[in-house]
Ligand binder design. Sequence first.
Ligand SMILES: C[S@@+](CC[C@H](N)C(=O)[O-])C[C@H]1O[C@@H](n2cnc3c(N)ncnc32)[C@H](O)[C@@H]1O
Length: 477
Amino acid sequence: MVYKRLTFALMGHRKTRSKFYDSLRIEAISSEGLGIARVNEKVVFVENCVPGDLVKAKTYQQQKNFEKARMVELLEPSPDRIPEFCSHFKVCGGCKWQYLPYEKQLALKEKIVEDAFSRLAKVEIGEKRAILAAPDTSFYRNKLEYTFSTNRWLSRDEISGEEDLNKNALGFHVPGNHSKIVDLDTCYLQNDFSNRLRNAVKNYALEKDLVFYNIQERTGFLRNLVVRTASTEEILVILIVNHDDEALLPLMEFIKTSFPEITSLNYIINPKLNDTYFDLEPVCYHGKPFIIEKLGKFSFKIRPKSFFQTNTKQGERLYDIVKEFAALKGDEVLYDLYSGVGSIGLYLSDDCSKLVGIEQIDQAVEDAKENAKINGVENASFYVGDVRLLLSNEFLNKNRKPDVLITDPPRAGMHPDIIKTLLEAKIPRIVYVSCNPGTQARDVAMLDSLYKVVKMQAVDMFPHTIHIENVALLELR
Ligand SMILES: C[S@@+](CC[C@H](N)C(=O)[O-])C[C@H]1O[C@@H](n2cnc3c(N)ncnc32)[C@H](O)[C@@H]1O
């Protein structure tokens, strides 16, 4: 006990007791999608709530100005709530906003962007366009990754029952409990093929007594199943196993013969303690080692480890907005920062004289170069490196200063050093694409002395989730 207290003190934690709130009215929604309630000037952020809900909640974090809490009971649902459509909703973390009509989800997302820019960052926006709704609100993802586990999430009834339970599962991690897996029956994120394949592989594995992975003991055979379905109807599948085993090839053969529509069937042997497979070599068991995805007239080669936009249809519409905001006339130098596999830059490559991409993952840069080649794009160069280090004066002089710069950083946004470089370079037009309007607004505020926000449009890439993609056009004042 003494040891425990000492450890807590050394780690700088103060152990506080959870607080219970018998009745909290949710007034608004935060940029992270948490419900906001107020108790005596203090803000309480409550998970899985929407404005209008009256809830009982228990805190799990207490700070001077705010607390974070989990909903214990929904006392009075918001009048906006509708019944959820997925049977896994209560446990799975995937589509948390499905209890809200789609129009309400869109309105909340717009409000989050508005708050981030106008209220918090205090940035003035020229033209604010309405959020672009997704054409499909279910089955919109082109990639899912499922996990095999011996530790299925069990319902209360199952735990208290007498039965000897089968605890194998194939599905998604339970949010906040990485060791438990929701065993999926139907998931509404990816098309029917994904559900059929996952269920067939699980049934085969159960029938043949194949051993599912145990994350605590680090034992077992079956680890992950990755499914990619392209708009070209091509399908890429990766089975990830812990070790080579005599059961592997019969299972691959079962998948191949049961699902002849698969165009690229691969496996990866992952004996490591973690699930990442980016440092491992895929083996193509059947078909070709890649699939082709299309965005507009451009083709993209997707290999087992390639990164790609996960909502193809809406990805194309996002790129159309970027294209419109970039307003290229044909003779400009265009930079694509955080270029991934080069998809945004290549999509715009016809309209500029020179394209320069920067991306830190070398395999993505290899893919970008390959994608330039298969599309006959000859005016593009892609560089591997950290934008912060690579985007120097020397680099700008060598590659020519951009007339238009697209930046699409990860959630953390851009480092202040990059903002400084952009301010010094005085690039006439910047199109800032972001998956986190909070950090985007912060960065735009830092550019405010030289740049005005001319237009802005949010795009809903991920219905039923809090995620928002936002595109802002910045021009020199
Ligand atoms: C949001 S993704 C954008 C990808 C691409 N623009 C697209 O539309 O598919 C962000 C990309 O930035 C890369 N990245 C993250 N931090 C980076 C850094 N410091 N320097 C260069 N690239 C980075 C990631 O590997 C990822 O490919």
